[in-house]
Design a protein around this ligand. Structure first.
Ligand code: GLY
Length: 371
């Protein structure tokens, strides 16, 4: 039986592709990937958490479609996004390829997707790859749009390439195996699209977020498809982040500072830092007289109701000058100036590089004091 799913197109000329969203797509991977293949070999890359859950199903569906699957399983965790594992992956890909090429399949969360996509981008100067994201964060953000890369001791994602996948398969049922904290962290990226430019979506989330976090299939599909449509539209307009794509960094520059301050550890997950970063972006906007204070409160209420952080966790001291230092070290800095994503309110974000440092300091001090 074929389960209904939604298809969101990403329009990028000859690099266009579709994002399929719905339950049961893991079992349809073969049928959906095979028509895109030149040869009949696929190398599925996953990690130690995801492979035991889903590798067999994906390989079975590939075999059923006449594809010969091979697989490589990497260690789970952010530390895998490094040169050492990139090299191991490239070796595995070179061994697995045939003269008719190879289809690379990333099965997992953002780490697997970013690392696999980057390896695919440099193998033989670029080979085809498919994303099968299994976390909410990867389904609504990292698997879409072609950003790939690894981390170095100089920072996260500083080495990478734009390399679009040929297809994205977001199996919403795969989220059932995700710990709630991870679902919530991924959800921060969903809220982001409401604040960027879709106030009616934010209204909908206020009513339906708990349903989607608790696993309601329709709510999940609607939220993921709406997020992907927003990202597809923005990436379609500005694939390489010359301008408007930077709106997708809403909450990320502040979030990056919080992650850096907590050593990129489990103390604060990326999505939790983004949630706080969005609160900071709206607070700063309100302080500058751009956004109504009521919108800051609305976002704080929404995040708190779900169990996401809206205030800086204690007992850590969050020194404003250290946070600013981290922001300046972020890669979103051009000509020594940080590009901020601020908002005139929920659904009305914009880019600016003109933020008075005194106001920034005051907002950070207020957050640090728990106000
Ligand atoms: N995650 C932000 C972007 O893809 O541009």
């Amino acid at each position: 039986m074929t389960v209904a799913h939604e298809i969101v197109p990403v329009e990028l000329g000859e690099r266009s592709y579709s994002i399929h969203i719905g339950p049961g797509l893991l079992d349809r991977a073969g049928e959906l990937i095979q028509p895109l293949m030149r040869g009949n070999r696929a190398l599925v890359i996953s990690d130690g958490n995801v492979a035991p859950l889903y590798m067999e199903r994906v390989e079975k569906s590939l075999v059923a479609a006449g594809v010969m699957p091979m697989h490589t399983v990497m260690p789970a965790g952010e530390q895998t996004k490094d040169f050492k594992h990139l090299e191991a992956l490239l070796d595995a890909m070179l061994e697995a390829r045939s003269e008719r090429g190879i289809m690379v399949v990333a099965l997992g969360g953002g780490v697997v997707g970013d690392l696999t996509g980057f390896a695919a981008s440099i193998l033989l100067r670029g080979v085809d790859f498919v994303q099968i994201p299994t976390t909410l964060l990867a389904q609504v953000d990292s698997s879409v749009g072609g950003k790939t890369g690894i981390n170095t001791r100089h920072g996260k994602n500083l080495i990478g390439a734009f390399h679009q996948p040929r297809l994205v398969l977001a199996d919403t049922a795969a989220l059932d195996s995700l710990p709630r904290r991870q679902v919530l962290a991924g959800y921060a990226e969903v809220v982001k699209y409401g604040i960027i430019d879709d106030a009616p979506f934010f209204d909908w989330l206020e009513v339906n977020a708990l349903r989607l976090i608790d696993g309601d299939e329709d709510a999940r599909r609607h939220a993921i498809a709406t997020s992907c449509r927003a990202k597809a539209r923005i990436v379609g307009a500005d694939e390489r982040e010359g301008g408007v794509r930077a709106l997708l960094n809403l909450g990320h520059t502040f979030g990056h500072a919080l992650e850096a301050e907590t050593g990129f550890s489990d103390e604060m997950l990326h999505g939790e830092a983004v949630a706080l970063g969005m609160v900071m972006a709206l607070k700063l906007s309100a302080r500058l007289g751009l956004a109504p204070a009521s919108d800051v409160e609305r976002l704080e209420r929404h995040l708190t109701a779900l169990g996401l952080p809206a205030a800086l966790p204690r007992p850590r001291l969050w020194a404003p000058d250290r946070l600013i230092h981290h922001m300046a070290g972020d890669k979103k800095v051009k000509d020594g100036k940080v590009t901020f994503v601020l908002a005139k309110g929920i659904g009305q974000s914009f880019l600016t590089r003109e933020v008075p440092e005194a106001e920034l300091m005051a907002m950070l001090a207020e957050m640090a004091a728990g106000r």
